[in-house]
Write a protein that binds this ligand. Structure first.
Ligand SMILES: Nc1ncnc2c1ncn2[C@@H]1O[C@H](COP(=O)(O)OP(=O)(O)O)[C@@H](O)[C@H]1O
Ligand SMILES: [Mg+2]
Length: 300
């Protein structure tokens, strides 16, 4: 059964069709990745799927319920959680409190009832604290249970956002570039965490430039380009799709010049085509997007 379905979905910003006439389905229990060059509309799509943006046209169905035009709170309440491309951590709180925020969103304890039922509230708070600690352990943050958020390294903060999203008890979690800014070892650990999310019954949508991660964990990949669906299918099908290679190569050739850094699109595609990415074990030949190529392009 499809968990989420979008029908002819569109979002315009002035003259730009950030998401353009998109039909797309997400299956329960699977890992779906969304890839595409910078500006392809990936983050806009996640914002539409969480009620941050209202679609210009089309419908969003979640568990066969029409959520089009609903608020972010309603999307969260129906079971769609997310993390952000640019960290959205409360740096004046502890790590644990950041996760508890997610849980409070789920419970919505009012002040009046809080004052009337103080003992019960204290028990609820304790349960909430324990649950947040459990989620921190689950995402691998057992060493940060008493840390202040502003004392944590970047990789740990990305995991903290995943723990906070899980605290809202989502059926579907949307991860916007979770590997961006991580070192290769931290990025490797994400494979395992994403796999465990589906075991927990949480379906995953992964927006990511790290092709090694995408190709390794995805049951299904959607490729966006200029807001439109360029291709979709299994990792194997996408890796060898000439349209996909052209979309990446096209932008790389356009921006190729004196830049040769591996962090520029041109450098990345160069590595991808050569099949000589950072993991060093890509089997891709020329004309293929190497499983280790296209790693970690700049955030946008
Ligand atoms: N809030 C916004 N206002 C105006 N234009 C936007 C806004 N958000 C995104 N865009 C435009 O929509 C297009 C898609 O952007 P985005 O969804 O961020 O792409 P991606 O996440 O794939 O890099 C880009 O052309 C971008 O400039
Ligand atoms: Mg983005």
């Amino acid at each position: 059964m499809s968990l989420l379905r979008v029908e002819s979905l569109g979002k315009r910003f002035g003259g730009v069709n950030a998401v353009d006439d998109l039909n797309y389905e997400i299956q329960a229990g699977a890992v779906h990745s969304i890839i595409g060059p910078n500006g392809a509309g990936k983050t806009t799509l996640l914002n539409l799927l969480t009620g941050v943006y209202r679609p210009s046209c089309g419908r969003i169905m979640f568990e066969e319920r029409d959520l089009t035009g609903r608020t972010p709170y309603e999307y969260a309440a129906h079971g769609i959680g997310r993390t952000f491309q640019n960290l959205q951590v409360f740096f004046n709180m502890s790590a644990l409190e950041n996760v508890m925020v997610g849980r409070y969103m789920h419970e919505r304890c009012g002040l009046a009832s809080a004052l009337l039922r103080f003992p019960r509230l204290k028990r609820a708070e304790q349960a909430c604290r324990e649950e947040a600690a459990e989620l921190m352990r689950y995402v691998g943050l057992q060493d940060y249970l008493s840390a202040a958020a502003d004392a944590m390294p970047y990789g740990a903060l990305k995991r903290l956002e995943i723990a906070r999203a899980l605290a809202t008890k989502p059926k579907l979690i949307l991860l916007d570039e979770p590997a961006a800014g991580l070192n290769p070892t931290e990025a490797l650990d994400l494979d395992d965490l994403i796999g465990r999310l589906t075991e927990r019954g949480v379906s995953v949508v992964l927006v990511e430039h790290n092709m090694r991660l995408v190709m390794g964990v995805s049951d299904h990949i959607l490729v966006l380009d200029y807001g439109r669906k360029l291709a979709e299918g299994s990792a194997q099908a996408i890796r060898n799709d000439p349209k996909v290679i052209e979309a990446y190569l096209g932008s790389a050739v356009a921006s190729a010049g004196s830049e040769t850094s591996a962090d520029t699109p041109a450098g990345l595609v160069g590595r991808a085509v050569a099949g000589a990415g950072s993991a060093g074990n890509s089997s891709a030949g020329a004309g293929q997007i190497g499983s280790a190529g296209l790693v970690g392009t700049g955030a946008r």
